[in-house]
Design a protein around this ligand. Structure first.
Ligand SMILES: Cc1cc2nc3c(=O)[nH]c(=O)nc-3n(C[C@H](O)[C@H](O)[C@H](O)COP(=O)(O)O)c2cc1C
Length: 387
């Protein structure tokens, strides 16, 4: 199972191709649109989210509500493209003509300068159009397919916000359903209403100050059987793959499982989770401090993973930069920008984690037909319960 995305932020469309989904899995545009719409919400998003309503067009791999086993192609059209056609069009242009909205002032913290040097572009629009987090809409579409697969295997996943600008939500032991319902009702996707209000105030203040703020997202996965992933090779460790996928989200700077970095400050007896067994439940851990992983494999406890998002780089009160044409010191150029995208990033994180989890399941139980995959997972669950 793999996916590729293509498309620029102000280009014609975003395209996602997902390969490896078994045939006969129920899948509709609604499954994907629900996820895309969730990504666009959140207190602190800029004007662009009001201009565009992301809706998917499934262009291959699905017929009459079921997957065919062929690659699934998905397109998200850019409704605003008519205003960008001369700037972003694919046809050659007169080299003597001034290019509108050319970017020569790289933003500190963004991909502009490094990308321009690497690919040899003098107009950094060629970098920012693709390094923009608009691409995460295409990744959410891929993750929505994975989420649908997980749902039909009895595995539920939800992402929410734990912290914004140092304001932390209280820890909870809510069920998956409660986590979904509460985060969905919160403008900042926070499970703690009081902290959520303070987070909104902090976002408003950052906006007034022309600044940006970051935070911490958490993803919770319930229903994974034990033993998914593997300890035998570095690149089969599922926690490692999830960490890589989370770190690859734009502006993410770190990943933790369970108590995470706190484990460095505790004794082993305060970190490891004691093992128990009951006839109806099978094996379980009495606590879940390791966040659902031992030896690169799931323990059967919920996967709990956190991702740290830095404040987004585009600032209305810009930091110093250097114009690559004149070498003069300037304040970095302003693109339209959010002041805080942590709530949206929680949705992106939920979807990239879903993809890695689904991929690991399909590697362990390779089937071309979805009902056979469902049966294999059910049989395995029964086998390990009595192991
Ligand atoms: C959902 C989401 C929305 C984002 N929105 C913006 C934005 O409006 N302006 C901005 O400068 N960066 C934004 N970013 C972050 C940049 O895309 C990111 O910082 C940039 O690609 C450089 O990559 P790096 O921070 O991972 O090094 C956003 C990130 C996410 C996940």
């Amino acid at each position: 199972m793999r996916y590729l995305t293509a498309g620029e932020s102000h280009g014609k469309q975003l395209t996602t191709i997902v390969e490896g989904i078994p045939a006969l899995m129920p899948l509709t545009t609604e499954n994907i649109n629900e996820s895309l719409i969730r990504r666009q919400k959140g207190h602190g998003r800029g004007k662009r989210m009001q201009i565009e309503k992301d809706l998917v067009d499934i262009a291959g791999g699905v017929r009459h509500g079921y997957t065919l086993g062929s690659p699934i192609a998905m397109v998200v059209h850019n409704d605003d493209f008519k205003h960008w056609e001369d700037i972003m069009g694919e046809d050659p242009i007169d080299p003597d003509k001034d290019i509108r909205r050319k970017v020569t002032r790289p933003r500190p913290g963004h991909a502009d300068l490094n990308g321009a040097m690497k690919y040899g572009h003098r107009d950094m629009r060629n970098i920012l159009e693709r390094s923009s987090a608009r691409e995460t809409a295409a990744r959410v579409a891929a993750g929505a397919v994975a989420k649908t697969l997980l749902h039909h295997l009895g595995i539920e996943i939800v992402g929410y916000v734990n912290e914004i600008a140092g304001i932390k939500a209280k820890e909870t032991d809510y069920s998956v359903k409660e986590r979904i319902d509460i985060s969905e009702a919160s403008p900042v996707r926070c499970l703690d209403e009081e902290a959520g209000q303070q987070m909104m105030d902090a976002i408003d203040q950052a906006k007034k100050d022309g600044d940006s703020i970051g935070g911490v997202c958490e993803v919770f996965v319930k229903g994974m059987p034990a033993g998914i992933g593997s300890y035998v090779h570095y690149d089969r460790k599922l926690d490692g793959r999830i960490a890589g996928a989370v770190q690859s989200i734009n502006a993410f700077k770190g990943v933790e499982f369970g108590i995470g970095f706190e484990a460095a400050r505790k004794n082993g007896s305060q970190v490891h989770d004691e093992i128990a067994w009951e006839a109806d439940k099978g094996y379980y851990r009495k606590t879940n401090r390791l966040g659902g992983f031992e030896g690169g494999m799931t323990t059967g406890m919920p996967i709990i993973v956190k991702g740290v998002m830095k404040p987004i780089p585009t600032l209305y009160k810009p930091l110093q930069s250097v114009d690559i044409e004149t070498k003069e010191v300037f304040n970095a150029s302003i693109e339209r920008s959010d002041s805080c995208a942590v709530p949206a990033a929680a949705v992106v994180m939920e979807h990239v984690v879903a993809f890695e989890v689904a991929k690991a399941l399909l590697e362990q139980f390779p089937h071309d037909q979805f009902p056979k995959l469902q049966k294999a997972v059910e049989d395995y669950r029964e086998e390990i319960r009595c192991f």
